[in-house]
Design a protein around this ligand. Structure first.
Ligand SMILES: [Ca+2]
Ligand SMILES: [Ca+2]
Length: 568
């Protein structure tokens, strides 16, 4: 090949030398001088091919007699079928796209002794400056050259699938006629049902998301004889080359698909419609382009499921999940954001892929779930409202992450039951419990810390898990009482309290007296509260005029009023 080219070059140099210094030597055959050779030659012209080329026709003295450039369109013709002068039929064979040749054709292979009208005189040697732009063969089909194959391909394009892809469309000589990249928008279409030119309908079949291929097609499978001057500059009879990358693929008949399921070993309950779910997710497009993540916000996504609060595919994909489960939910656009897409990151007709991790869920109708994990043999007293209880707890979230533990502080948590000192779910969970008993409590957020949670400790809407152990129980007073007498009330109560006998009871006398009664076992203060605060309140109640002393009159008035129901 190289030798042959050199040979031609030498010969043409000789001819040129001869042309300048001596009368023209008659040519036996055409002479070919390659004035430009492309680096690559994927295909060269063979007899029977159809070509599109530009040319300038000249006489040896350089005088132009014809030019395709002047007409503004390529010359389009079959090669080797006597549709051209014989010399040209020969000259085009072996030419590559973008190759340029200066061809010298003797008269016997051109217009001979007759010449051609007024244009070509008899016995003319003709020079043609030829540039080949396109070649195809009627036998050609679509040629597919895959130059990048993704490592994973779970699905390939089939007839009637809907795809989103990017492409650069060029002519065979490399001229760009269209690009989805410059529009910054994928081309979205059905495949194989005539929405596309035939070559593209075929060329996309079998493609994986992420695959890159070059699809080359003859004009019969592209824009045919007339080309496409409306939307792009595709000349008639042009071969088309599309450099395609597939970004997305689904079928309108698709539902969601659930893959990569990781279900925890223990799963006693699965979500149903109406449950409230907290989950983390990473969202990406089918080609792996990330669009959103709850992790980046460092906050779970919280929603009711099966109630239309989220896209239909997610509503469906979050049904039947366990706490702690991981799954990948792939959602076709008609169950996601449809043809319009949303925001700047989810294009129209996009398939969405969500990797979700279920943190917890509950139902608004849930009560505190109580599981007794240890019950002591002896159980005389059970907790009730008003009791003062001391208990240990380990608090955690459903994913096992620890919130708090009394064991860490080495002392119990102490509360009066029914006094709103803990969340309602904890009140429920501590009722009817024996000393020594252990329980596992699951508290839904509406009985826990609600939608707001506790800053830096309990996330909003979180289900809480408490393992509790009742350590001590001090029986409370009947509801509404802060102090009661164990025995009969002394008839000389006022006199007993007025220790210095000045006919009035000062705060210190009152306090000393009540404390004495409690210590003697004659009376009882409500457990779990500051006794001095209770006594202060009792004193204030008696001291009607607020002068810091209780007179006998004040005392009597109060005693009559509260004969049936009060502290004294
Ligand atoms: Ca006194
Ligand atoms: Ca008073």
């Amino acid at each position: 090949m190289i030798k042959w080219v050199q040979g031609v070059l030498c010969l043409s140099v000789l001819v040129a030398f001869a042309a300048c210094n001596a009368p023209p030597v008659p040519l036996d055959d055409i002479l070919i001088e390659k004035t430009f050779e492309p680096e690559q030659c994927v295909r060269s012209v063979k007899v029977g091919d159809f070509v599109r080329y530009h040319y300038i026709g000249m006489f040896p003295d350089g005088k132009k007699f014809d030019s395709s450039y002047d007409r503004g369109s390529t010359y389009n013709v079959f090669v080797g079928k006597k549709q051209l002068i014989e010399g040209m039929d020969k000259a085009l064979v072996g030419m590559c796209i973008n190759e340029r040749r200066l061809v010298k054709i003797p008269p016997q292979l051109a217009y001979g002794k007759q010449g051609y009208g007024d244009i070509i005189p008899p016995d003319s040697i003709l020079h043609f400056d030829v540039l080949l732009l396109d070649v195809w063969n009627p036998e050609d089909g679509v040629q597919i050259n895959t130059y990048h194959t993704p490592s994973v391909c779970s699905r390939k394009v089939e007839v009637s699938d809907y795809v989103r892809y990017h492409y650069n469309g060029t002519l065979l000589d490399g001229t760009l006629f269209d690009s989805s990249h410059t529009r910054m928008r994928t081309y979205d279409t059905y495949v194989g049902i005539g929405w596309l030119i035939a070559g593209m309908d075929q060329g996309l079949l079998g493609m994986c998301v992420g695959e890159r291929r070059i699809v080359t097609m003859p004009p019969s499978l592209g824009y045919g004889e007339n080309g496409d001057g409306e939307c792009s500059d595709i000349p008639g009879q042009a071969s088309l080359v599309f450099d395609v990358v597939l970004l997305d693929l689904h079928n309108p008949r698709d539902g969601i698909t659930v893959t990569n399921q990781m279900v925890p070993e223990s799963c006693t309950r699965k979500t149903v419609a109406g449950d409230f779910v907290r989950y983390h997710y990473n969202g990406s497009l089918l080609d792996g382009t990330f669009f959103d993540s709850s992790y980046s916000r460092n906050r779970t996504y919280d929603t009711y499921v099966g109630r239309g609060y989220v896209i239909a595919g997610m509503d469906e994909g979050l049904i039947g999940v366990c706490v702690g489960e991981r799954r990948t939910i792939t959602i076709p656009p008609h169950l996601a954001y449809g043809e319009e897409g949303t925001g700047s990151k989810i294009p129209g007709s996009a398939v969405l892929v969500f990797d979700v991790h279920i943190i917890d869920f509950h139902n608004p109708s849930d009560n505190t779930a109580v599981v007794v994990t240890f019950k002591p043999e002896e159980c005389e007293k059970q907790t009730k409202k008003g009791d003062f209880v001391k208990y240990h707890y380990n608090a955690s979230l459903m994913d096992g992450s620890s919130i708090d533990s009394t064991y860490n502080y080495g002392k119990t948590y102490n509360i009066v039951l029914g006094a709103n000192q803990v969340v309602p779910g904890m009140e429920d969970g501590l009722m009817d419990m024996c000393v020594g008993e252990k329980r596992h409590l699951v508290i839904p957020p509406h009985l826990g810390y609600g939608e707001r949670g506790v800053t830096d400790e309990v996330p909003g809407s979180a289900v809480l898990v408490f393992d509790v152990e009742l350590v001590e129980l001090e029986e409370g007073l009947p509801e509404g009482y802060m102090f009661i007498w164990n025995d009969e009330v002394s008839p000389d109560l006022f006199a007993e309290m007025d220790k210095n006998q000045d006919k009035q009871v000062e705060a210190s006398e009152f306090t000393d007296y009540i404390i004495q009664q409690v210590n003697d076992g004659k009376g009882r203060l409500a457990p779990g509260f500051d006794p001095y605060r209770i006594i202060d309140n009792m004193f204030s109640n008696q001291d009607r005029n607020g002068d810091g002393k209780i007179t006998e009159a004040e005392f009597k008035l109060k005693a009559d009023e509260a004969a049936a129901h009060d502290e004294l």
